[in-house]
Write a protein that binds this ligand. Structure first.
Ligand code: UFG
Length: 337
């Protein structure tokens, strides 16, 4: 049996990747330390998939623990999504971010070498492009991350590039995510950020739930169609499917980088309107000042992934809003039981 090790498989994106693998008849094995995820996600995945998923609670920053896990699981491939992901914390504690994020990937690559596992799919981010020089952003766009978190992503890409160059059979696919949103259509798994969220969709959800009074729009004077910032929001289930497609990418393509986005921008104003429609009532909102570091527009050129992998985005931003509303309502029901 070919086991796929999903590092960070209990997290928001990892849980959807795990589900996508199961739905395509593959055998994911979750490895997570549950630092930023809820262990209850495993039971919910089991009930959704109708199987008992193999899961290991492992500190991936611990080299010996990673090696033991590889020895036991003997995976044929790895999907690496584990790591710290707060931009703000990475600015405050850069050494932690470099040590944890780079350390995890180095431990995984060493164990892959030791146990002859040749294929890795790596979770990177469009944040590596920094301030876009042109939009839509293609993979040839220069890389210039503007914070430590973004640099850890870029440095991990480069470490993987060197690892591939050194190994005769090794190959890697780097997926640069744009803005992941939404939840599985079942409403059983979704985004569950610990602490106060910074990203737009969890903020829309918190406002809908009354946890926040209103949505503050960060600036209305950008050079976009309605003056608010534009992003490429990719449904998390489409993003998850991209990982499965990436695993099937021809290993002859030793090191490939793909943007994962829809190719279509949605402004903050359009996002609020779409979420309000999914809810069936308008969300309270207020125009605020620009947020430092925000680009006016970030949209993916996705032609490369669409033409090279058996993948294209199937779900709209409206689907993502509907699925997020469903997930949040089911979660609050189960919390109150
Ligand atoms: N926004 C608001 N109000 C809010 C929160 C966000 O108007 O309360 C706006 C932002 O200004 C931005 C858009 O909503 O225009 C999306 O903001 P997010 O914080 O959700 O996403 P970003 O595009 O800023 O950042 C995301 C990821 C980062 C990653 C970056 C680049 O969260 O981790 O994309 O890929 F680094």
């Amino acid at each position: 049996m070919n086991k796929i090790l999903v590092c960070g498989g209990a997290g928001y994106i990892g849980s959807h990747v795990t589900l996508s693998l199961l739905r395509k008849g593959q055998t994911p094995v979750i490895v997570d330390n549950f630092a930023n995820s809820d262990p209850s996600v495993i039971g919910r995945l089991n009930s959704l998939a109708g199987v008992q998923i193999e899961c290991h609670e492992v500190e991936l920053a611990d080299e010996a623990a990673v090696s033991r896990t590889f020895q036991e699981v003997k995976p044929s491939a790895v999907i690496q999504l584990a790591g710290l992901k707060s931009v703000g914390q990475s600015v405050a504690n850069p050494t932690d971010y470099y040590s944890v994020n780079l350390g995890i990937t180095l431990n995984i690559l060493s164990a892959m070498e030791r146990y002859s596992c040749d294929r890795i799919v790596f979770s990177s981010s469009a944040t590596v492009y920094g301030e876009p020089e042109y939009v839509p952003i293609d993979e040839a766009h220069c890389v210039s991350p503007i914070n430590p978190y973004g640099r850890t992503k870029y440095f991990q890409e480069e470490i993987i590039r060197d690892w591939v160059a050194a190994g005769e059979l090794s190959s890697a696919v780097i997926l640069r995510y744009f803005n992941p949103v939404g939840a599985d259509a079942s409403g059983v798994i979704g985004e569950d950020p610990s602490g106060i969220p910074n990203n737009l969709m969890p903020i829309l959800g918190d406002t809908a739930a009354g946890i926040r009074k209103e949505v503050e729009i960060f600036g209305g004077d950008y050079a976009t169609r309605d003056g608010t910032c534009e992003r490429d929001y990719i449904h998390v289930s489409d993003l998850a499917d991209a990982h499965v497609a990436a695993l099937a990418c021809d290993p002859e393509d030793k090191f490939e980088v793909f943007n994962v986005g829809t190719g279509r921008g949605v402004t903050v104003r359009e996002a609020i309107d779409a979420y309000s429609s999914a809810l069936g009532r308008p969300l309270p909102e207020r125009m605020g000042a620009r947020r430092e570091g925000d680009a006016a527009s970030s949209v993916a050129a996705n032609e490369k992934i669409v033409s090279r992998l058996n993948w294209r985005p199937l779900r709209s931003f409206e689907d993502a809003c509907r699925d997020d509303v469903r997930w949040r309502s089911q979660k609050s029901k189960s919390n109150s039981m």
